[in-house]
Design a protein around this ligand. Structure first.
Ligand SMILES: Cc1cc2nc3c(=O)[nH]c(=O)nc-3n(C[C@H](O)[C@H](O)[C@H](O)COP(=O)(O)OP(=O)(O)OC[C@H]3O[C@@H](n4cnc5c(N)ncnc54)[C@H](O)[C@@H]3O)c2cc1C
Length: 323
């Protein structure tokens, strides 16, 4: 994930800053919720540790309405600028704890300071799932990566494996092909790929991509860097690296600690994006509305974030607590 260096005027401070709404996460959900809420004159702090979240990792987005093609960082810039234009305070930081006070406020502790908010939107998305095989941890940064779109450029004229069958694996494989990797083995542990058909068709036409099914990674070996990857069927491939693009783990820890109900590993929300904890709303990939991994999209996140922001506005209005 892309970590941002805080700007000089954002040094950690002991002063507790007060907001109407604390939005946790700076992906498309968090930024969209911030745009809607701040445009409704709600005082918003949007706190996130990775600029753009997963969207920030996308090299090229071709399915976000209104844009033929745009990079994830460009789209993040546009959303962040729009949120700031309406008054959102953007905080580049990691939230460690959130506690509910006796007067029904939320105390948000982060490495950039402590914030108090009357309502919360949890837009914490997900992080990469690890393979969990011997050699993986040892070779992280030495041939093992979790983001092909971020690290593809290091594999020009090299041989590389992409493990995974979803859209992130597909777009990562194509990115490696684009940068001129000599050979890309795109491996799925089952006998199919889960990604959109358009990606599979594109990969099928590339000379440097070979698609292999029923290949579950069992071990990664090398000396200083990755040299060979083994599979549970007893076969192996010589390679300079491996990208594990095998899915996303939802970031539910803050929600769990707050007492939010979890359903199938995701934050349970109702049709208005409310959690079971009064004043706490949630949106995007981390919510129970996104059950099918293929539904993890910028547009679905943005839609849920809109609902979450409008519900939070209604909640704040009902309490007549807007500053
Ligand atoms: C490589 C790649 C390519 C993709 N391409 C496309 C595409 O072309 N089109 C498309 O529609 N979708 C695409 N997606 C999927 C899309 O990016 C996601 O569905 C979307 O970003 C989810 O948005 P979100 O805001 O819910 O969560 P995320 O984008 O995951 O954002 C969550 C944010 O919360 C932050 N966070 C979590 N915990 C904390 C904490 N404790 N403190 C502070 N911050 C925290 C994270 O750091 C992150 O900034 C792609 C995803 C990847 C990985």
């Amino acid at each position: 994930m892309l970590l941002l260096t805080p700007k000089p005027d954002e040094e950690e401070t002991s002063e507790i800053k007060e907001f109407d709404l604390g939005v946790i996460g700076m992906g498309p959900s968090g930024l969209t919720a911030s745009i809607y809420a701040s445009r409704a004159s709600i005082k918003v702090a949007c706190i996130g540790k990775d600029y753009g979240g997963q969207m920030g990792l996308a090299l090229e987005i071709e399915n976000y309405p209104g844009f033929d093609s745009i990079s994830g960082i460009e789209l993040t810039d546009k959303m962040r600028e729009q949120a700031e234009k309406f008054g959102t305070k953007i905080v580049y930081g990691e939230v460690s704890t959130i506690t509910k006070t006796e007067d029904n406020l939320f105390l948000i502790k982060s490495d950039m300071g402590t914030y108090k908010a009357k309502a919360l939107i949890l837009a914490t998305g997900g992080r990469h799932r690890e393979l969990g095989v011997p050699g993986e941890k040892e070779f992280i940064g030495k041939g093992v990566s979790y983001c092909a779109t971020c690290d593809a450029a290091f594999f020009k004229e090299k041989t590389v494996i992409v493990s995974g069958s979803g859209d992130a694996a597909a777009t990562g494989t194509l990115a490696l092909s684009d940068v001129g990797a000599e050979k890309i083995y795109w491996v799925s542990r089952s006998n199919y790929m889960k990604c959109e058909k358009i990606y599979l068709d594109r990969a099928g036409h590339r000379k440097n991509i070979e698609i292999l099914f029923n290949k579950q990674v069992s071990e990664i070996k090398g000396t200083n860097t990755v040299e060979e990857v083994f599979f549970s069927d007893g076969t192996s491939l010589k390679t300079d690296g491996i990208f594990a693009e095998i899915g996303i783990i939802p970031n539910i820890e803050l929600a769990t600690a707050l007492g939010c109900e979890i359903e199938n590993g995701l934050i349970k929300i109702d049709d208005e994006c409310r959690t079971n904890v009064s004043g706490v709303f949630s949106a995007g990939d981390v919510t129970s509305k996104i059950v099918n991994p293929l539904s993890r999209q910028i547009s679905t996140s943005v839609g849920l974030a809109t609902i979450a922001a409008l519900s939070a506005a209604e909640y704040l209005q009902a309490r007549k607590t807007i500053f």
